[in-house]
Design a protein around this ligand. Structure first.
Ligand code: IP8
Length: 246
């Protein structure tokens, strides 16, 4: 049973405080992962107050590239610091977590198609490790380097690994419509008006982009809040279930 879990950047960081880990929430999430003892688990985290402000400062988005190597390094280093905090929190609790840094393995072609090799991650899983990867800046043909969001990595790795379960842990208890959690989303159009833009600096598009990407997956995906992480990891389907009817 392979599970792909995204911890949103706004879950593991103080989104409005530059480069600040939300220690309490990260500790709770790491406790939940350690207690779940999932058989094959991939963790992906977002950028929060680490990646996004640096990306915005350099004008880099998922479509706007840069050839400024110092800027690319700055974004990547910030994400490295956050990745280190997540891996450390997991290892401290006995989870065999290891970092996977997208800038070193992933790339995009000039049409924006992303290649994220699954073999290193699959081999880590076979060997009993828990790969922990993250949204990052990656090289793109004809554009220099652009932002690869953690959400896109969720879909790429879920497909590549044939994931059985996909979970996206965000700050909200699910996809909201007028304060109520939507139970199930089967197409984008019927929920488009409910999907607002993310308030803090988010160069990769917030909830709407997340849902669009998750609807492309074969595997149903659950979107839930930190309070439901344990429920998800123990096999439940909290929050909103996103799955296109085929
Ligand atoms: O927070 C973006 O990842 P996301 C990462 O999952 C960077 O969209 C570097 C901004």
């Amino acid at each position: 049973m392979t599970t792909v879990l995204k911890l949103g950047g706004s879950v593991v960081t103080e989104k409005d405080e530059p480069e600040t880990v939300d220690r309490a929430t990260l500790a709770d999430a790491a406790d939940a992962v350690a207690d779940a003892d999932a058989d094959e688990l991939v963790v992906i985290h977002g950028g929060g107050s680490f990646g996004h402000p640096h990306a915005a400062a350099h004008g880099v988005t998922d479509t706007n590239g840069t050839h400024d190597a110092a800027g690319v390094r700055e974004i990547h280093d910030a994400m490295g610091a956050l990745n280190d905090a997540v891996v450390e929190a997991l290892q401290d609790r006995g989870v065999p977590a290891l970092p996977v840094r997208p800038l070193s393995v992933a790339y995009r072609d000039s049409d924006g198609r992303t290649a994220f090799p699954g073999e290193p991650v699959a081999t880590m899983l076979d060997e009993g490790f828990v790969p922990v990867t993250h949204g990052d800046v990656v090289v793109q043909a004809d554009k220099g380097a652009t932002i690869l969001s953690g959400d896109e990595i969720v879909t790429l790795l879920a497909e590549r690994l044939g994931a059985d379960r996909v979970g996206v842990c965000s700050t909200v208890p699910g996809v909201l419509d007028g304060g109520e959690v939507i139970d199930r989303i089967t197409d984008f159009e019927t929920v488009a008006s409910a999907l607002g833009e993310s308030e803090a600096t988010d160069v990769t598009g917030g909830m709407a982009a997340k849902i669009r990407a998750l609807l492309e997956l074969e595997t149903p995906a659950s979107v839930f809040g930190p309070a439901d992480l344990r429920t998800f990891l123990s096999g439940g389907r909290p929050g909103t279930l996103v799955h296109r009817e085929r």
